[in-house]
Write a protein that binds this ligand. Structure first.
Ligand SMILES: *[C@@H]1O[C@H](CO)[C@@H](O)[C@H](O)[C@H]1NC(C)=O
Ligand SMILES: *[C@@H]1O[C@H](CO)[C@@H](O)[C@H](O)[C@H]1NC(C)=O
Ligand SMILES: *[C@@H]1O[C@H](CO)[C@@H](O)[C@H](O)[C@H]1NC(C)=O
Ligand SMILES: *[C@@H]1O[C@H](CO)[C@@H](O)[C@H](O)[C@H]1NC(C)=O
Ligand SMILES: *[C@@H]1O[C@H](CO)[C@@H](O)[C@H](O)[C@H]1NC(C)=O
Length: 502
């Protein structure tokens, strides 16, 4: 009870206001906590009471090598690009914000208006430029700087992640085959790669998944003809805003650079591979790897396309890979430019130090997996996961695997472990529930809301389950593709009322 009230107070302190009052209180709170901690330490040491069993999360290894005299960043914008391991990064942001009671700029549904250019009003609880202090923004959007700046503070740290366009195309093809007309028409990815122009019509909706998807996500024109001048202009634009561009192919090194840029402890960037897809017995061109997965969620179900029931042929020759890079020339340019910058950053950081920290990160990942995960962290099929709240969202085509927690964990360890394996949709629901604890919403326990939705997190679908049509739909609230958007208007109204009283 007391705990709850304190938590709520903390949240208000942190989430509600801007300016020096907040700073003051936070500082005060910090001092009090630090002092209390010290005092406890003294008492416990003096009276030589048996210390409580230490959670692995409070061991010195959790911090990792020292960061120097920096302050942790708490104003963060992550552009969640598609098919780039960005869900794993988002999980880290969710965890960090959850742990520190930071305020998220969450979407009304599951994406921030994608693929339309981002608009500030897509953020739940947004009440005009900088009226509320948001700390973290990281759900799918098509980047639109002026609108993002209305939501996020001016000292926000912007970062994103990119991937080799050939590998990205594989993942995108598997996931959006039934959605992007250009992909739908092609039998296999190889056929598409051989002659993309034959399949691609720039005017058709959803074809951005088939050409320069990174460039599109950064808010630029993915249909523009390639020229070096244009590519450079795009690169410069991105550099002006984004302080760090991570590279999927060097994920662990990316995590080390990220943790130093954000001044975060090592544990904050340790992750298990979420959304792994079950390896298919057929040797379809090496995309079985971990975070590449979450394939084709829900998407294949659209329009009853029979063809989509068969997993698409993703095999590529090296020549076809090269063709895909040429087809996605703007993305390929970005990839090479920011890969170069990435390794220059690593040079500056120091290769020896990088190797050391990457080794520690991997060791830590193994240690945490051993403690947190049942059966040593072997991913299992969703329906075998007993706790429904942590079952990953399933696609019609590919089985998405999940984890179970080790039984018998102490509460602190359990909470931290749970944060690492909670699937994206459930985590968003939980944070939403924490930030907007409205009685009308409370009837639906967090983590359950998603069960009435058919959602492709990485895609564009938001549909309502037919068994729950009544009441919750607002007419006129439709997403760009005609699917209905969820909006609990009672919640929205209550949020406004509540804020007015303060
Ligand atoms: C898959 O595509 C590749 C390259 O286009 C082709 O060579 C191969 O025969 C295809 N495999 C199947 C099973 O269709
Ligand atoms: C790209 O160039 C082709 C001719 O090579 C032209 O037909 C097309 O309109 C151009 N597209 C754009 C978006 O400028
Ligand atoms: C990325 O940078 C690394 C290190 O310099 C290099 O080995 C690799 O070839 C680069 N990749 C691309 C696609 O430029
Ligand atoms: C752990 O949590 C459970 C219920 O969530 C509670 O019954 C138990 O007392 C807690 N144990 C400790 C040591 O806090
Ligand atoms: C919710 O929205 C609908 C349609 O806009 C409206 O009729 C209804 O009164 C709203 N509910 C509340 C509680 O305001």
């Amino acid at each position: 009870m007391v705990f709850r009230r304190t938590a709520r107070m903390l949240r208000r302190l942190i989430c509600g206001r801007l300016g020096p009052v907040w700073l003051w209180k936070a500082l005060l709170l910090f001092i009090v906590i630090a002092f209390a901690g010290q005092l406890m330490g003294i008492i416990f040491n003096r009276s030589s009471v048996q210390p409580a069993p230490q959670s692995i999360f409070s061991s010195p290894d959790a911090q990792g090598p020292p960061l120097g005299s920096c302050q942790p960043h708490t104003h963060i914008m992550f552009l969640k690009t598609h098919k780039t391991a960005s869900s794993t990064v988002l999980n880290m942001l969710y965890r960090f914000g959850d742990e520190h009671n930071l305020c998220f700029a969450l979407p009304l549904a599951y994406q921030l208006g994608y693929p339309l250019p981002f608009n500030a009003h897509r953020v739940k609880g947004y009440r005009g430029p900088r009226a509320i202090e948001f700390h973290i923004m990281g759900n799918h959007m098509r980047f639109n700087k002026p609108e993002v700046e209305k939501v996020m503070p001016s000292d926000t740290f912007y970062f994103s992640i990119i991937r080799d366009p050939a590998a990205l195309a594989e993942s995108s093809f598997a996931y959006y085959k039934a959605v992007a007309p250009a992909f739908r028409k092609a039998k296999g990815l190889g056929d598409f790669a051989d002659d993309p122009k034959k399949y691609y019509d720039p005017h058709l909706r959803n074809n951005h998944y088939a050409k320069n998807l990174l460039w599109f996500d950064f808010g630029l024109d993915h249909n523009a003809n390639f020229s070096l001048a244009l590519a450079r202009a795009g690169e410069d634009l991105i550099r002006q805003t984004f302080k760090l561009i991570l590279v999927s192919e060097y994920f662990d090194q990316s995590m080390i650079l990220l943790r130093h840029a954000l001044c975060w402890p090592l544990d904050a960037v340790v992750s298990f591979s979420l959304n792994a897809r079950q390896q298919r017995p057929s040797g379809n061109g090496g995309i079985s790897g971990s975070w590449v997965g979450k394939a084709a969620a829900g998407v294949g179900l659209k329009g009853g396309n029979k063809q989509s029931k068969v997993p698409p042929n993703l095999s590529l020759t090296e020549n076809q890979r090269e063709k895909l890079r040429q087809w996605n020339a703007l993305d390929w340019y970005l990839y090479r430019a920011f890969n170069k910058t990435f390794w220059e950053d690593v040079d500056r950081f120091g290769h020896t130090q990088m190797e050391r920290e990457v080794a520690l990160l991997r060791m830590r990942r193994e240690d945490l997996a051993r403690v947190c995960l049942r059966d040593g962290g072997k991913p299992i099929e969703a329906q075998r996961i007993r706790d429904k709240n942590i079952r990953p969202f399933q696609s019609g085509l590919v089985k998405i695997l999940g984890y179970e927690l080790q039984p018998g964990l102490d509460n602190i360890t359990r909470t931290s472990c749970m944060r690492m394996i909670r699937p994206e949709i459930q985590y968003k629901d939980l944070l939403d529930f924490k930030q907007f604890p409205e009685p009308s919403v409370a009837q639906v326990p967090p983590g359950q809301q998603n069960q009435v939705l058919m959602v492709a997190v990485g895609g564009t679908f938001l549909r309502q389950d037919s068994s729950r049509k009544r009441g919750t739909l607002e007419d006129g609230m439709k997403d760009w593709d005609g699917s209905h958007l969820f909006r609990r208007n009672q919640t929205m109204i209550r949020v406004h009322e509540k804020r007015k009283f303060r």
